[in-house]
Design a protein around this ligand. Structure first.
Ligand SMILES: C[S@@+](CC[C@H](N)C(=O)[O-])C[C@H]1O[C@@H](n2cnc3c(N)ncnc32)[C@H](O)[C@@H]1O
Length: 195
């Protein structure tokens, strides 16, 4: 390369940053974006773990994390999971729940706390890991402290764990479906429900 006197590029100067416009402006063509996954903190009852795995399969959850699960629970033989979901949805066991949460996935504590958002108005993150507490307790304070988002189902008393997992995953699926239908109606020019 010639470096003529007065040339623009000085030897030690960094070249200007290239702008990758196509990464910024390209519109995603994915029909569905993101994923939801489930984490159970210290579950003790195989009935609930079975319901959780079944829900994960039915609602297409991306992953199930079992953190400090009771040693008696065998995910391959659960009466409440006849479809043997572990064959279709990845299930990981861990001592540290947060180690299992995928990259750039938002932890969401599902618990009855004063500062939790009511599920009916909750906007689900594109990539979310829903964390549920044990049957005989609640999500640990340490875990709650690490979750910026908390959500609760408005009930007069706490629900069964497996039931809670089903409701949260259904809510995510229903809202995603509604958004898709709304966008399709918008782009087709058809009147949108509620117009
Ligand atoms: C059966 S509950 C635990 C018992 C409950 N802590 C109590 O005092 O009755 C197990 C887990 O289900 C979830 N859960 C149950 N009902 C809920 C609700 N209405 N809203 C949000 N989470 C709920 C929470 O994650 C909770 O830790």
């Amino acid at each position: 390369m010639s470096s003529e006197p007065g040339a623009d590029t000085r030897p030690n100067e960094k070249p200007p940053r290239r702008r990758y416009d196509r990464y910024v402006t390209r519109t995603s063509t994915l029909p569905e974006r993101g994923y939801g996954c489930v984490a159970l903190e210290s579950p003790t009852d195989e009935v609930n773990v079975g319901h959780t795995l079944r829900a994960a399969l039915c609602f297409r959850a991306g992953l199930v994390i079992l953190s400090n699960a009771s040693k008696d629970i065998n995910v391959r033989r659960l009466k409440t999971d006849p479809g043997r979901a572990y064959r279709h949805v990845p299930v990981v066991h861990t001592d540290d729940l947060f180690q299992g949460i995928p990259e750039a996935c938002t932890p969401v504590a599902v618990e009855i706390t004063d500062d939790a958002i009511d599920l009916s108005v909750f906007v689900h993150p594109e990539r979310a890991c829903y964390i549920f507490g044990p049957e005989n307790g609640s999500i640990s304070q340490e875990t709650l402290d690490r979750c910026k988002l908390k959500v609760k189902i408005p009930t007069v008393m706490s629900l069964n764990l497996g039931m809670t997992v089903n409701i949260v995953l259904y809510d995510r699926a229903a809202k995603a479906n509604r958004n898709r239908a709304w966008k399709a109606d918008q782009s087709s020019g058809k009147p949108v429900a509620g117009d």
